[in-house]
Ligand binder design. Structure first.
Ligand SMILES: [Zn+2]
Length: 397
């Protein structure tokens, strides 16, 4: 299938009425995405394999052992109501780039793999890049098995229900050892590009923290203000403190997910559980921002007789992409601009183990993780050309 046909088949999978996508790990939409990938890879004569961690690989092999492979690809899962491009653009472009390499008559000197990493967004189980973290040993498999979704279902149970063996998850040094480098193409997620394609320099350090504000549930009508221990109040102050702290440290901080217990209109909440996402150009700025937010939360909680607990759910240090690979890509692409990003990617996880680089495709509005996420077809096709050119350089030298 050509480029347009691949999108035609992929776009409806997991699409919700508002136009966004819900493609969560081990759900029917996820299964459909995986089937779509296997079919497209099979059509191209690629060998599709699933590793022990639920990551898919489609291989264009060369005679002999699979070693020093060039890996590309991205992910197909989405955030709630996510856009069409974040992840899928890298997968579709990788397959289209293979078509282009064959049209150009390229004979690879080493294997080429297209990866589809599992649970990149962490939308269902809370830890981003879970598939690549498991592969590289960046997360303890025991912890991963026990991660729970919003309904209390564990990663292990969800994986098993979809026909995969959760006991087998964990680091896969043999698979990693065969990979010579990784190049992930991704839609750009700010408004940082004024040309169609750029090369990534770094990923900002970023993390997720969970606040539990525990107060006392009570009647909204009869409980005097002075008698209340309302956890919503310190939560609200924490949201505002996060914004202020981020501004002071040239960071970004977001509280975009909150669970209120019991979540009743006429009830003072007993527990407010809320998640903080913080990112900045360097580790010190992230740490300082979170420390200030924590201090503000504790102060506000104290003022309202509410207990607060803070747990770090994940943290990823600054990723500087492989300088030689980065420069090689920028040069091969005729001096493409080099830029950092505040968004996390599997490429950031892989980069601790193999030389890794990223290509970004222009996003005219900068909107991402929302249905309005967009990239122009012309820019996407320029991205396919750029990826094919970069892969050809890596495969044939
Ligand atoms: Zn992504």
């Amino acid at each position: 299938m050509g480029y347009e046909e691949m999108w035609r088949d992929l776009l409806p999978i997991g699409r919700v009425s508002g136009g966004g996508h819900r493609r969560f790990s081990w759900t029917p939409a996820d299964r459909e995405c995986r089937a779509w990938f296997a079919e497209e890879a099979g059509r191209r004569g690629l060998t599709v394999e699933e590793d022990r961690n639920g990551n898919l690989f489609a291989w264009w092999d060369v005679p002999g052992e699979r070693r020093d492979a060039v890996l590309t690809g991205s992910h197909l899962d989405s955030v709630p109501d996510g856009g069409a491009f974040d992840g899928p653009l890298g997968v579709v472009s990788s397959l289209a780039a293979i078509d282009l390499l064959r049209e150009r008559g390229v004979t690879p000197a080493r294997p080429l793999g297209v990866a589809v990493f599992a649970e990149e967004e962490g939308a269902r189980f809370g830890v981003a890049c879970l598939g690549s973290r498991l592969l590289t040993g960046a997360i303890d498999p025991v912890r991963a098995r026990g991660l729970r979704d919003g309904d209390g279902v564990t990663w292990a149970d969800a994986m098993a229900a979809d026909g995969h063996d959760p006991e087998a998850i964990g680091p896969d040094p043999d698979l990693l050892a065969g990979i010579g480098c990784f190049v992930e193409l991704h839609v750009e997620q700010g408004r940082a590009l004024d040309v169609p394609v750029g090369v990534a320099s770094a990923i900002w350090p970023h993390g997720r923290w969970r606040f539990d504000f525990t107060g006392q549930g009570n009647h909204a009508g009869t409980t005097l203000l002075r008698d209340r221990h309302d956890p919503m109040l310190p939560f609200a102050q924490t949201v505002l403190a996060a914004r202020d702290a981020a501004a002071r440290h040239e960071a970004v901080a977001t509280m975009g997910k909150v669970h209120v217990t019991p979540n009743g209109v006429n009830a003072i909440p007993s527990i407010v559980r809320a998640w903080l996402d913080t990112r900045a150009p360097d580790d010190a700025a992230v740490r300082a921002t979170v420390a200030e937010i924590r201090a503000a939360a504790e102060k506000a909680a104290g003022e309202h007789g509410v207990a607060v607990a803070l747990a770090e759910e994940s943290y990823t240090q600054v990723v500087d992409f492989h300088p030689d690979l980065r420069d090689r890509l920028a040069t091969t692409l005729g001096g493409a601009p080099v830029l950092p990003t505040g968004a996390g990617h599997d490429a950031g996880i892989l980069s601790a183990h193999v030389p890794t680089a990223m290509l970004f495709v222009r996003n005219p509005t900068g909107v991402s993780h929302a249905p309005e996420e967009h990239a122009e077809t012309g820019d996407c096709l320029t991205g396919v050309e750029a990826l094919a050119t970069a892969l050809e350089d890596l495969l044939t030298s």
